[in-house]
Design a protein around this ligand. Structure first.
Ligand code: SF4
Length: 361
């Protein structure tokens, strides 16, 4: 399978009339400004030079959250600038992200005409109370309407959710997860809420009226959501904000569960629990003084091992084992955990992700 490349283009929503509690739109807009058509073309050319391959699997991604809420002329200017690349096949598709309340027939017709394939909705929550407390300016019914509309046009649908917003709870996050699943999105992103400087949320935080999740709470909630989506065959394509220069600029993150590899931490937790279940189920056949080998797909080795071998240390101590090692097993697909003992190279026991999810219910 050829690797997928995204050419990211950030379009700030200048003059956005909303004030989402977590957003420092003024700072973002003043730092970046909106790209001109010429700048967009330069960005595309530079990325294509770096990627150095032809267009299959190369996608132009307009992100910034409100593409269809910006001036329509500007939308057309950007989309028309990409057309020569689509026609020549250098770029295969366009992806945009936007708000659920800026989707209607005219907008979708326009996006269809210009070859947009994927629309990601910044949903954030399916709870009207959380949406209200976060200043999002729409209700969950708008999300349902927009999502169904997007699908009826044949676009791929992405849903972005946030956890830890004011008024939120793990129970509400799981409810949002279940609601999102009913819409059968093609992909999901999950972002823990961070307190960013110069936002209304920072004020609440300074006044002790808002407490962000800590890192372990955020990991625990994301893990449950991730597994729920995985069980329903919905791809979670990102967990945690992209640790770009702007986000990481000194003083920008005031508080909250930030980690540059947040998604990796969540998946490490999943592997830890899955391996724990495998050992538990096979325990009687493992002698305490034997060396246990955990077998996984080669790309899952670091997720299984954990940061600084934390998963292996945890399992070793929990099951009083002499030693645990992780090895790749070529016959395994991703997210599978197998057990072998000593010098055995074949698994004695295998637990797939699907089996694990069924058993933990
Ligand atoms: S996150 Fe909210 S406030 Fe910020 S630009 Fe988007 S809609 Fe506007």
């Amino acid at each position: 399978m050829k690797p997928h490349y995204n050419i990211p283009v950030f379009i700030p929503h200048l003059g956005c009339p909303f004030q989402c509690i977590f957003c420092n739109q003024n700072k973002i807009a003043s730092n970046r400004g909106i790209p001109t058509r010429a700048e967009l073309i330069t960005t595309i050319d530079e990325h294509l030079d770096t990627i150095g391959t032809s267009g299959e699997n190369i996608e132009l991604a307009f992100f910034g959250g409100s593409f269809t809420a910006i001036d329509r002329k500007l939308q057309e200017e950007y989309l028309s600038a990409v057309q020569p690349y689509l026609k020549s096949g250098q770029i295969s598709s366009i992806r945009i992200s936007t708000r659920p309340d800026f989707i209607d027939d005219n907008i979708l017709q326009l996006l269809l005409r210009y070859g947009v394939k994927t629309i990601e909705l910044g949903v954030q929550s399916f709870s009207d109370e959380v949406l209200k407390a976060s200043g999002r300016g729409y209700r969950r019914d708008d999300v349902f309407k927009a999502s169904r509309f997007i699908k009826s046009f044949g676009f791929k649908l992405g849903i972005q959710l946030m956890i830890g917003l004011p008024g939120d709870s793990q129970a509400l996050d799981m409810e949002s997860t279940r609601q999102a699943i009913t819409l059968a999105p093609d992909m999901v992103r999950i972002y823990p809420t961070l307190v960013i400087a110069d936002t209304p949320l920072e004020l609440l935080f300074q006044r002790n009226q808002y407490r962000p999740l800590n890192l372990s709470e955020a990991i625990a909630t994301c893990k449950e959501m991730f597994l729920e989506f995985q069980q329903n065959d919905i791809a979670v394509i990102r967990m945690g904000l992209y640790p770009g220069k702007e986000l990481l600029s000194p003083g920008n993150i005031v508080a909250g569960p930030f980690h540059p590899a947040f998604g990796e931490l969540v998946e490490q937790e999943v592997f830890k629990e899955q391996a724990g279940m495998a050992i538990q189920r096979y325990k009687v056949k493992i002698k305490a003084d034997s060396e246990l080998i955990i077998l996984v797909h080669e790309k899952d080795i670091s997720k299984m091992t954990g940061n600084r071998k934390s998963n292996l240390d945890y399992l070793k101590s929990r099951f009083h084992l002499q030693d645990i090692k992780v090895r790749s097993y070529s016959a395994y697909t991703r997210n599978t955990v197998g057990l072998a003992v000593g010098n055995e190279s074949e698994p004695l026991y295998t637990l797939t992700r699907k089996e694990f999810m069924k058993l933990r219910k």
